[in-house]
Each structure stands twice: as C-alpha cells, then as structure tokens.
Design a protein around this ligand. Sequence first.
Ligand SMILES: CC(C)(COP(=O)(O)OP(=O)(O)OC[C@H]1O[C@@H](n2cnc3c(N)ncnc32)[C@H](O)[C@@H]1OP(=O)(O)O)[C@@H](O)C(=O)NCCC(=O)NCCS
Length: 169
Amino acid sequence: MKQQHACSVAHSAVREQVYLVFPNDLNANDTVFGGMIMAQMDRLCAVVADRHAGGVTVTVSVDAVHFMAPARRGDVLMMHAAVNRAWHSSMEVGCKVEAEAVGGGPRRHILSAYFTFVALDADGCPRPVPALAPETADEKRRYTEADLRRQARLQHAEQLKQLRAQARA
Ligand SMILES: CC(C)(COP(=O)(O)OP(=O)(O)OC[C@H]1O[C@@H](n2cnc3c(N)ncnc32)[C@H](O)[C@@H]1OP(=O)(O)O)[C@@H](O)C(=O)NCCC(=O)NCCS
C-alpha cells in the first residue's frame, strides 16, 4: 500500500455549521430533542472523517455524550468538528455544539462528544487512513488526550466481549 502523507486538522475540520431550531425539533418538554442533535453531529463528524480518510467511513463508537444545557425553540445551534487523532484504520472526531438565542447573544455550551470512525475499502474491510499532524497547542492536547480515550474504549469493548463469551460458555 502507498505511504500516505499526514494531514493537518484544518484539512478536514468544519467550524460554525449552523442549524436553526424549528418547532418540529422539540420534545415534550419544549426543548430540543437530544436524538436530533446527535444525528446532526454524526452527519457532520462523518463528513470530517470522510475528508480525512479520503473515502467512506462508518461510525463505530460514540462516547462522552453529556447534555449540559438545553437548547430551545428559535435557537441557532453552532456545531464544530475536527479529527483529534488517527490510528491505523480509525479516527477520533471531536464535536462541540453551542446554542445562541434568536437574534444573537451569548453562546451556551450544549454538549460535546467523541465519535470514532473506521475507514472502509470497497469490500467493506477496514483500510489505513493518513496520520494526523497536529499544529496548534489545542490540537496537540486533543491528540494526546485522544490516545487515553482510545485505550479506555478498546479496554471496555474487550471486557464486554469476554464477559459475554463467559456468559455463553
Ligand atoms: C467498523 C467495523 C468494520 C470494524 O470491524 P472490526 O472487526 O472491529 O475491525 P478491526 O478489529 O480490524 O478494527 C478496526 C478498527 O476499529 C477500531 N474499533 C473496533 N471496535 C471499536 C470500538 N468499539 N470503539 C472504538 N474503536 C473500535 C479498532 O481499534 C481498529 O482501529 P485501528 O485500525 O485504528 O487500530 C465493524 O465494527 C462494523 O462494521 N461496525 C458497524 C459500523 C456501522 O455500520 N456503523 C453505522 C451505524 S449503523
């Protein structure tokens, strides 16, 4: 396989993706339905991961989803997503969502989450992706932290696999 050049974060990142909240986005509590926001995040992160990988990727895991503040009717959601780190065939994409009231005003942090995507080849098998070359201090911090999260994710997935195998035995 041809050696791939490392890509910058800016090569694939998306900032200030806006989504205007309408009444059909609300739950019974009159705040924005969380599942709708998560779907928007997954779509945005998929675009970022596809750009970094230069082809099709799929979501394999999502972690650290915590809704910190509600978004409301008429709010504008602002979403930002960027690759934090790439390994062999997988990448972690960080996504942050903020909300701004209609007409402007201070931004509220609604939630952040980490999405892991895997690049697939034409046969649907994992394929290598370019490394990430972090440049700014924030990018380097996220790059280092992403490896800790990966270790926890994979350890957790392995532990679950073993428990289920034991339960079946
Ligand atoms: C993504 C998928 C092809 C990976 O298959 P797999 O058999 O686990 O493949 P591998 O063991 O070779 O792992 C591939 C990569 O995924 C990573 N991975 C696998 N399971 C993971 C998990 N639970 N969390 C994070 N990363 C994971 C591995 O660490 C590996 O990364 P690396 O190559 O960078 O080291 C497979 O799990 C799949 O098809 N999942 C469904 C994806 C999908 O359809 N998503 C859309 C939602 S319906």
